[in-house]
Design a protein around this ligand. Structure first.
Ligand SMILES: [Zn+2]
Length: 173
């Protein structure tokens, strides 16, 4: 009985020491940096695993995440609107694809936002029809062969048009 007691004491002492030690270890910025580096490397080497883990986590916390999102939107309405406007400005190509996907329209090609920025620059920020320039007009993405006529979302089928030329052109090509 006595021996057992002292063993328990020993264990507790050891345990407390150990906890204290590991707490100190974690608090040390150098070790934290090491941990971060290690995790980063591990993530890079296990991309597929990380992807699956993230997916699992998202699935498991779906309700909670949705609820959090709603709460955030309620509290940050103006910020949210501003953010989405800014995002849309930067990602016109992606926005276009997302809109189409929402309408359940399948569209081939993956013209990127970066390519769109480059295209506008190459066109000197000029509408291909009326030749007016940004910022006088706002350039929009036009599909030379309309998507509704099996046009694709690739570089060769895209040109920058101002809003009014784009809507005047409509479904023709
Ligand atoms: Zn125009």
């Amino acid at each position: 009985m006595r021996i057992k007691e002292s063993k328990n004491k020993m264990y507790l002492r050891y345990r407390n020491k150990y906890i204290e030690k590991s707490r100190k270890w974690r608090l040390n910025p150098i070790n934290r940096e090491h941990q971060r580096e290690y995790l980063k490397k591990w993530k890079l080497e296990n991309q597929e695993k990380v992807k699956n883990l993230n997916k699992e986590w998202r699935e498991a916390n779906k309700e909670k995440r949705h609820q959090n999102k709603i709460e955030w939107y309620k509290k940050n309405r103006t910020k949210a609107i501003f953010q989405s406007v800014e995002w849309n400005k930067k990602h016109q190509s992606k926005r276009y694809l997302i809109n189409k996907r929402h309408l359940q329209i399948r569209i081939e090609g993956n013209f990127s936002d970066l390519e769109w920025q480059e295209m506008k620059k190459a066109h000197n920020y000029m509408c291909a029809i009326c030749k007016r320039q940004e910022p006088e007009i706002k350039l929009t993405l036009d599909h030379i062969i309309p998507v509704s006529k099996k046009g694709t979302h690739i570089k060769e089928n895209i040109q920058p048009l101002c809003k009014s030329c784009n809507s005047r052109k409509g479904n023709r090509y």
